[in-house]
Design a binder for this molecule. Sequence first.
Ligand code: PMV
Length: 316
Amino acid sequence: VTNSATASAPGKIIILGEHFVVHGSLAISAAINKRATVSVSATSEGDAIISSRGNSSRLQMDDGRFRAVKAVLKESFRELNLPGKGLKIEIESEIPPGSGLGSSAAVCVATAGALLRHFDRKVDRESVSRLANRGEASVHGNPSGVDVATSLNGGTILFEKTSGVSEIKADPTIEFLVVFTGLERNTSDLVQKVSKVKENFPSYFSNLSESISKACVLGKKALETGDLETLGALMNLTQTSLSWIGTSNSSIESLIEKINKIGHCHGSKLTGAGGGGSVIALPEITNAKKIASEISKEYPDAFLTNIRQEGLRIEQ
Ligand code: PMV
């Protein structure tokens, strides 16, 4: 057992394929330059105490706080045969919760990493993935696993629910603009809403799913070759599908309109569950900073990220 262990993991954007990925299609996602950091240390107090920005809760308290982290901790203690007492878990995150940027998955991945490190266990991908997905399942209901896979792996990946991760060597000059609408939403509600669409219109939904997978195959190639025009067009096309299945809304669409008005972007779409959350746009490389500063006047949290970020990192 170490005195204390710290791990960090990045948030993510889904470049193509959210929602459809839950039902078996391909998706492309990438880690972003905003991370969650979790420290685990020993304390003389009895229970395990979880805290973040002045909020705290005890593991055995059923107060609705830190649900995902508590699920990761409980599963870890069970699996590792640990008493799960006398521990302090401190969370710091740069990823706004409810913004569609994978904040809960990043926290779950970092928690699993720090915990395994603290107890001198092997921090292997399979264990972290299993534990972190437990946390995600406790808040999401039916997660595809793309959020955890992206945060753990880092970089840019092609993901499928059954076959998992294959890495994409994206052109290093590619940058995405990420803008939070400011509207927090609940992933689980949106995933359920989409399942209803699938239930009511099965053949329509399966055609859309097939098109999304095809878009991902083309998107992978565009990312590798730096063909931003094609990638942007694919983003615009999938935004239309996401709007058809009811995951877009006026906060997303008015933001996309504003981005279009500024111009110099190859494409834009919602990212993650939708219903608010964040929008991503693919700016022309030479105009990226200018566009980011323009949109920041109205959306101060807007930022640019490359898509070659490190995944889970053990800090100490
Ligand atoms: O908005 P987020 O970060 O919760 O992303 C959810 C992505 C979905 O495809 C909508 C759900 C999933 O589990 O894949």
